[in-house]
Design a protein around this ligand. Structure first.
Ligand code: NAG
Length: 154
């Protein structure tokens, strides 16, 4: 296909992208800060033997790929592919707030990769975040008193 004007090229690309993301289900996952979470993506029949991966944001470049099925573990990620159930499961360990956001499960194939699911990960703050502030019952409303702690320097 030849695009003669850049605007029509942009529109074609935008249309193609929206078709791709519209076809994949959105999976919501949440986990607690400091704990592990499992991200499971079901995928279509026929892709059992394909290499699969979890990638971050829009998976636009190689840096977005966090772990592939050819690696058992990488940093805080581990991955397993249940080819009988056709479910790809990635475990993200030691969750922190920077892990929250958008991910895609991907399948490597010739031409354009197949993305069986989009994932939104929420990270629920752990107790250590709240414990910096101490709410006192009985004191005037909306008063949070900062606890004495080495972290409260400013
Ligand atoms: C993640 O899945 C593994 C394997 O099924 C399981 O052992 C583990 O408990 C799960 N972790 C969480 C946080 O659900």
């Amino acid at each position: 296909m030849v695009c003669t004007r850049s605007l029509s090229c942009l529109l074609l690309v935008a249309l193609a992208l929206s078709c791709v993301s519209g076809a994949a289900p959105l999976i919501h996952v949440s986990g607690y800060e400091g704990r592990d979470v499992n991200v499971s993506c079901p995928y279509g029949e026929g892709y059992e033997s394909y290499e699969k991966y979890l990638c971050r944001n829009d998976c636009g470049n190689g840096d977005d790929v966090l772990i592939m099925t050819t690696q058992a573990n990488k940093n805080k990620y581990s991955i397993s592919d249940d080819i009988n159930k056709r479910v790809l499961t990635t475990t993200i360990s030691d969750l922190s707030s920077v892990d929250a956001g958008k991910y895609w499960c991907g399948v490597t194939r010739t031409g354009k990769d197949y993305y069986p699911a989009e994932v939104r990960l929420d990270v629920v703050p752990g107790k250590q975040v709240n414990s910096l502030f101490h709410y006192e019952e009985g004191s005037p409303p909306y008063v949070c008193r900062r606890q004495w702690s080495p972290l409260t320097e400013n």
